[in-house]
Design a protein around this ligand. Structure first.
Ligand SMILES: *Cc1c(COP(=O)(O)O)cnc(C)c1O
Length: 421
């Protein structure tokens, strides 16, 4: 099909042309004297994205799934107990990974559509008077349901219970897009991958470990080979990797970090919030609901839209793809057929999202969902107009007076506070 494909799954996300160009290069010797400059720069800059000064970053040729394994295997021993709420396909798989590594998982079954159950976590930790539980495993942004959990509140619950367990956070669809504060929230293992907020192809697992996590490494007895923190730290200390690094992806990561720093990390978070609010305005205008059950859990990186009874969400996705060249995310596991997901993270702006929303509207009409074409697009466009930054801030040249533009007094203020949410 001519024109650009509209990729709106919640990962992999669109790779900006700038990153594509940065990755387009000939192979080089990863043992050369020039190579450490690349490694050192990346490892020095990554902690900013996690908002940590104490955390040690790791970059593995892997994906987010590999980083679950790396985080657990490097810090725990077979038979160790961990506590984990399950509220979607990714928390489910995180638990599965822990179980297959020989850990005993106390699963807190939680409604799909809700976030981490703070009070139940605190109670479970209080009940564990012998401090057998070594870790609390939480998915920050459950990509399957479009639910963001309050990690700061999880940390406060752990502190209130005076429990020494480490905090493992899957931030695969949050880090580099949503507000994430590794140090402030006392996260011990922060896990992510390259193909979501970092705007890269899949292929890098990225992780940050707290000093406590690094200390736990010495006691941990789970088997690890490829993902061994010790081997990686030793090689990284000299600017190298213990095996052949994914060179093109590292050049891409360098460019991705530069782009995020140029935009500003707070601005990245605020942009995701504003785009997500536009998407949610569209869903409301359609008369549909999100899988996330309350606003406190609404995700700024992915919206899981519930289709009316009698409609198969998989059909919406299939029609969108075949007829309009638009990729939407499928409902996974328990919510298969009930939801389709709109990914709104990474390299994205208002008009891209409006284009996707118009494709969603057409596909929904095609499969028999009774919505008015343009209703959601109009609501989202209105939101974007109301919250647009003044022209000067975007560096646009002053224009002649335009009567269709509301006077400054009529404009709603730009929600700068969004970044602090
Ligand atoms: C995408 C995703 C993963 C899995 O990552 P892979 O890179 O596919 O291994 C894990 N957790 C969450 C929350 C995700 O969104």
């Amino acid at each position: 099909m001519p024109g650009r494909h509209f990729l709106f799954v919640p990962g992999p996300t669109n790779v900006p042309d700038r990153i594509l160009r940065a990755m387009h290069r000939a192979m080089e010797d990863h043992r050369s004297s020039a190579f450490p400059a690349l490694t050192r720069g990346i490892l020095a800059d990554l902690p900013r994205v996690f908002r940590t000064e104490r955390g040690q970053p790791f970059v593995f040729p892997a994906t987010g799934t590999g980083m679950w394994e790396a985080a657990l295997a490097n810090t725990l021993s077979p038979g160790d107990r961990v506590l984990a709420p399950r509220y979607g396909q990714f928390s489910h798989l995180f638990i599965d990974c822990a179980q297959r590594l020989g850990l005993r998982v106390d699963v807190l079954e939680t409604e799909w559509g809700e976030g981490a159950p703070i009070e139940r976590i605190e109670q479970a930790l209080r009940d564990d008077t012998a401090h057998e539980i070594k870790g609390v495993l939480v998915v920050h942004n459950e990509t399957a349901t479009g639910v963001t959990s309050d990690i700061g509140a999880v940390r406060r619950a752990m502190n209130a219970a005076r429990h020494p367990a480490m905090l493992y956070v899957d931030g695969v669809s949050s880090i580099a897009s949503l507000d994430f504060r590794m140090d402030e929230w006392g996260v011990d293992l922060a896990i992510t991958g390259s193909q979501k907020g970092f705007m890269l192809p899949a292929g890098l697992g990225i992780l940050c470990a707290s000093p406590r996590a690094l200390a736990a490494y010495d006691r941990a007895r789970c088997a690890r080979v490829f993902f061994d923190f010790g081997d990686m730290r030793k090689a990284n200390a000299t600017g190298y990797f213990p095996y052949t690094p994914a060179l093109t992806l590292l050049y891409g990561l360098r460019e991705s970090l530069d782009m995020m720093f140029e935009e500003g990390l707070d601005a990245v978070v605020a942009r995701h919030h504003r785009l997500a609010e536009g998407c949610r305005a569209a869903v409301r205008a359609w008369g549909l609901t999100l899988c996330a059950r309350a606003p406190e859990w609404y995700s700024d990186t992915v919206s899981a839209v519930v289709v009316p009874d009698g409609i198969d969400a998989a059909q919406v996705i299939d029609v969108a793809f075949r007829r309009y060249d638009l990729s939407l995310g499928a409902g996974l596991n328990k919510v298969a057929g009930r939801v389709f997901r709109i990914g709104h993270l990474g390299d994205l702006n208002e008009l891209m999202l409006l284009g996707a929303l118009s494709g969603v509207e057409m596909a929904m009409r095609d499969v028999g969902i009774d919505i008015a074409l343009g209703s959601g697009v109009g609501a989202a466009a209105e939101h974007f107009r109301r919250t647009a930054a003044p022209l000067a801030e975007r560096g646009a040249a002053p224009r002649s007076p335009d009567t269709s533009t509301p006077a400054p007094a009529e404009r709603a203020p730009v929600p700068r506070a969004a970044a602090a949410r």
